[in-house]
Design a protein around this ligand. Structure first.
Ligand code: ADP
Ligand code: MN
Ligand code: MN
Ligand code: MN
Length: 356
């Protein structure tokens, strides 16, 4: 029996693996019928650090399906829309309970518990391009000129990888992701995009998809995008994932913004422990960071753990920025911890994500 091409589409199932200390994205393709919704699928957990060989099956369940802009680009050349999808999934055990590597389930549970506060998040994802073993723009030997002109720079001497960044931005827009902007960062080859503002689970699902698109788009340029928090040692900025957030109350009342900053200080160590591997190397107190050993907040202060933007003080309402999370953080964990700390809700140890 033969199939009719037009009845089918390519579905790229994406999941988060069990790699330690930092989980990575994996994906594989399923040919699905266009009239059907993406459904449960499985993979070999013994190859992703999520199961043992004798009992290797893990289940993936779709949580967010978007238009696949990568395959769509090829389709445009064919002047045909084949309806291909990127399918973000969560990993389950074969009894359909959340797998121990699944940090989303706890985020969903906490978001539900504090739904009334209408929390939203905008995440600034910094990253670094690598060509081989060096950051893009670093010479074969030695170092490029010191930091100063690269942030939001223009020109071949300052900017490295813009074609990749533009292709990624277009891919995110084509896919319908809520991308807020892009900018060149302080170190050569380092860039940022922002996702949000959106509720915790949505911003996290979209951030993981935007990360996958970044890796995938860069792959075609022969460039590797990385989330290393301190990609170059010495006098070079690290890569973070500043997490901006607000409750409905904060969006109406400045005192609530100050109270939120105070609250973050009460669980500083717990947050630091769960804000991405290698955070001590990045939060040194230099390079626009506050040492991981201290907690401080301030208006316009980029040397603080938490910044209240000047506009927020001026308007007497808005949001605050948690500057501590590393680029390699898990947004399901970071947004969940912030929700817990700000609203006071606590998950009664279901084993997923972090424990207190
Ligand atoms: P920075 O000046 O720190 O580089 P960016 O412009 O990169 O700031 O990022 C600011 C982020 O704050 C954006 O992702 C945006 O979506 C988010 N944001 C704006 N308003 C709010 C709000 N009320 N609540 C939560 N996030 C917000
Ligand atoms: Mn930014
Ligand atoms: Mn930045
Ligand atoms: Mn920021």
């Amino acid at each position: 029996m033969l199939i009719r091409r037009e009845d089918y589409r390519r579905e790229e199932y994406i999941w988060i693996d069990g790699a330690k200390p930092t989980a990575k994205l994996r994906s594989k393709t399923r040919v699905g019928m266009r009239v059907e919704q993406p459904g449960l699928w499985g993979f070999d957990g013994s190859s992703t650090n999520q199961a043992v060989g004798e009992n290797s099956d893990c289940v993936i369940r779709p949580v967010l399906s978007i238009k696949d802009p990568v395959r769509k680009k090829l389709d445009t050349m064919l002047e045909r829309d084949r309806g291909d999808l990127l399918v973000m999934t969560e990993v389950l055990n074969t009894d359909l309970t959340p797998h121990e590597s699944n940090t989303r389930a706890a985020c969903v549970a906490v978001a539900e518990m504090c739904r009334g506060q209408e929390m939203i998040f905008g995440i600034e994802q910094e990253y670094t391009f690598f060509k081989g073993v060096r950051p893009l723009g670093f010479p074969e030997s030695g170092y490029p000129p010191p930091q100063g002109g690269y942030y939001c720079g223009v020109g071949d001497d300052e900017v490295h990888g813009r074609d990749v960044v533009e292709a990624h931005l277009e891919a995110c827009l084509e896919a319908g992701l809520k991308i807020h902007g892009i900018n060149a960062e302080v170190m050569p080859g380092q860039w940022e995009f922002q996702i949000g503002p959106l509720p915790a689970v949505e911003v996290s699902d979209q951030l993981w998809l935007a990360r996958w698109l970044l890796y995938r788009v860069a792959e075609d340029f022969g460039i590797n995008a990385t989330l290393y928090p301190k990609p170059a040692r010495g006098d070079w900025n690290g890569a973070g994932a500043h997490t901006n957030f607000s409750t409905r109350e904060m969006r109406n009342n400045y005192q609530a913004c100050v109270d939120a900053a105070e609250a973050l200080g009460t669980r500083h160590e717990l947050h630091i422990e769960n804000y991405g591997y290698g955070i001590e190397e990045r939060l040194t107190g230099l390079h626009e960071t506050c040492s991981y050993k201290e907690f401080r907040y301030g208006v316009s202060d980029r040397g603080a753990s938490v910044r209240i933007p000047w506009q927020v003080e001026h308007d007497q309402k808005g949001y605050i920025e948690d500057r501590r999370p590393n680029a390699n953080m898990d947004p399901y964990v970071v947004t969940r911890l912030i929700m817990e700390t700000i609203t006071g809700v606590r998950l009664n140890g279901d084993g997923n994500g972090v424990e207190e």
